[in-house]
Design a protein around this ligand. Sequence first.
Ligand code: FAD
Length: 391
Amino acid sequence: MPSEQISDFCRIDELLSPEERLVRDSVRNFVQQKFLPRVRQCYRDGTFPSELIPDLGELGIFGITIKGYGCPGLSYLAYGLAMQELEAGDSGLRSFASVQGGLSMTALNLFGSEEQKKKYLPELARAKLLSCFGLTEPDFGSNPGGMITRAKKDGDRWVINGTKMWITNGSVANIAIVWAKTGEDSKSVRGFIVPTDAKGFKANKIEGKLSMRASVTSELVLEDVRVPADAMLPGAAGLTGPLSCLNHARFGIAWGSLGAARACYEEALSYAKNRVQFSKPIAGYQLTQQKLADMLTEITKGQLLAWRVAKLLDAGQGKHFHISMAKRNNVAISLDIARQARSILGGNGILDEYGALRHAANLETVYTYEGTHEMHTLILGEQITGIAAFE
Ligand code: FAD
């Protein structure tokens, strides 16, 4: 087996169409040539490389599964492969795409009016317009149904008040998809397209992150923000709206996390072959080989699970619990692989010259966002037993 194919141990490449391979290769080239040379400095500085946004728009990966409105309408598998390559660069880069394409564009595509889709989707697809997705609040993360943010009708306008927390791209977005209650219970949750330059809207960048440093995360504060009546997404009523968007993004994460794992595995393998301790390269010791064998096996199993979920989604048969299984498993094994890779790198593994600890730190966020590992356990538990254990 040629060494460049070593992390495609079971020849998953053969399960892809020529179009899907093309998407994978073009995103991989972008990451290798443009993103990776910048990521170390961005991570140190706590910034996203915004100069690359036009290139990302050119790649055609935002809203990749959407048909029409300037979007390519490709398969879920193509979408997953693109996310895998982005996250082989950094989870922050994949998060940028997950929010723009997986969350905001899905919200517009599934629940927007024809006018809203025509107005926003083509611009978002090309990254001429940037978006964020505001669901989480300071006191309501795993339980978004408790949200405090309210939208009240005042004549022909909605007036929105509330605070959203942990919002990826919040400070760089032109529009925010903000979820707010129009009444008291969670059935009244509606989505609103809010221009971020609206009076009363503020995005405060969250500082001090030890994870996802190459991604912008913000708090959104909305104080009497007035938007026209047609800023509401007409198709989304209740929590099903935001949760459907999350499902779409979570599927991308199931693939994406494996990109980070693959990058860590390949880095550890290369290091182990070159690092000599005692009499030979550390790759020649059984304990290192066991780590590498476990890493490659888990990556391959994760890819096969994600591939199957992609196929189910492409056939219109994928369910939220399939996505939960893939997100839960693949993020957990990727985090473990990143830590194992760091251990193979020894002391050098704590330097940002290598990717392992950056990926591990990022994956700590990925373990928690888009439904925590525990929430996906409960989703699977409910599916298996028929008994919900959330409350
Ligand atoms: P909590 O819900 O307080 O959970 C804390 C712990 O308690 C977790 O381990 C959880 O699993 C556990 N727990 C909670 N309830 C139960 C239960 N019933 N049973 C067992 N265990 C339970 N949100 C957005 O809306 N948009 C974004 O763009 C976005 N980007 C993010 C970017 C970053 C870098 C981060 C860190 C978060 C982002 N989030 C975003 C928010 C993210 O989705 C939430 O952090 C996540 O849903 C968890 O919510 P929480 O942090 O409030 O934790």
